[in-house]
Design a protein around this ligand. Sequence first.
Ligand SMILES: [Zn+2]
Length: 563
Amino acid sequence: MFAQSQPLLNLRYEENYSPTYDEVIEMYQKLDSHYENTVLLEKGLTDSGKPLHLFVINNDPEFDPEKIKAQGKAVLLINNGIHAGEPAGIDASLQFADDILRNKNGMAALLENTVVAIIPVYSVGGLLNRSAFHRANQTTPAETGFRGNAANLDLNRDFTKCDSENTKSFTRIFQEWDPDVFLDTHTTNGSDHQYSVTLIAPQPDVFPPAQGKFIREKMLPELYIQMKKGKYELIPYVDWFYEDPRDGIKMTLESPRYSSGYSRMFNTYGMMTENLIYKPFPDRVKSTYQFIQTLAEFTAENAAEIIDSRKKSRTATMALQNYPLTYELDSTRFSRIEFKGYEVERNQISKVTGLPRFGYDTSRPFTDSINYYDVYKPAETIPVPEYYILPQAWAGVVERLELNQVEFSRLENDTVLEVQVDYIENFTNPPRPYNGHFFHGEVETRSEMQKIQYYAGDLVIRVRQKKLAYLVEMLEPRAADSFFRWNFFDAILDSREYFSSYGFEENALKYLDEHPEFKAAFQKKQQTDAEFARDHRAQLAWIYNNSEWAEESYRRYPVGRIF
Ligand SMILES: [Zn+2]
């Protein structure tokens, strides 16, 4: 109700203690009951059976996203504990909520232009599974949650395949609130350096021009400058390009299975903080807090431009004739950035094994200028179809399109349509499952036109809609995280009918007699291919595979395109 001069919450990150799941929810409930301009919502379930919470902070008691957006306010969504062993964002968001609600240093002013929505804990099952031994490279806090959720899934690989209840609930929140800016908080054990917090930023080149320009020329420079004014400086996430960061680092580009890649498909300015694991937990929390505050202020100050650039981008995307399906780093282009590192030591002697080890000498810090490879270019571009036709048989895909609020109609009658279809010419599987799937790493396709029988109720999806990027990137089989790659269409990859070496005899003979040209080709092969001539089964297979018996649907990707 009233602004507190003192904090309401008793956070203990200075003591290397991060709250349990129950303590986190209790603290948000406390804020919710004390302030009327905030609400703690339960938004569907997680795999643990417990709800996914969303905490919304506005400057008045209005929590309907449509009404809030109609006021011209920007929405900032912050996701915490996706990896529950990386809890700095959980503590930092609690501290931020407590401070902004009591209007510490006038912070609440930013709520005039921006609503802040916080997912307190995303991997609820991960945080409930608490131990001092989950994070081998991390010394603080004393105990943390676990990387896998209740179903042992890595939720930061689940944004498109959407296996978990957590992701389904998250998708509903994301599509309902359509955040303008999105932050997902993490901790990394990459190379050691002097920074407590690093940023996986939205990659400007993979956004439409209106947003790409805004990211490169305004958003990123401003975030780095503002952070430098505070106690904790920000550096790009140290993505290795060469072995030593002094030889350059590259800007990270994440595909849609990750939070930043997923949010990009909906024109959301999505990013991840990666705290450095080797820094003390209190610093990780405070540097993440400083980034959240910086990002919230930037969002509030630029709300109109953020909203407008997203709108322009959506309009531009809907008019695209060709869509860049994949990108690659342009290794010839880079900028120069200041980097504060530690000298690499390749032959330190391990106190554990007595053997040489790789390490960093934190007593020898350096500041140097390094190459930052931050330009990506399209690798493969494909023409945008006007429609996708999706048979309703593929219910798992239909469910995910609905979750992501894709608009489609359904065929009213059984209909034959002439469409472009792909055959899967080649694909690879990993030797062991990855997050519950045999992800197809390499996919080669061949297209052809066919008349295909569809049925009443099959989906007709107009591609030129707000969700164009999502549609193309999920339904084009060669896209980085397509439904095809994640096994949603694997039933097409083996044949259902076949011939027996004994049973096919009479039909094969009859077919040869009734098709003289076919028979001549068959006999020519018998005469010119000695191995073939000696192989009974190979000859029957030739007849089967080159006649109408061959299964047209075998390896035919079921989503048709109409141009
Ligand atoms: Zn993480």
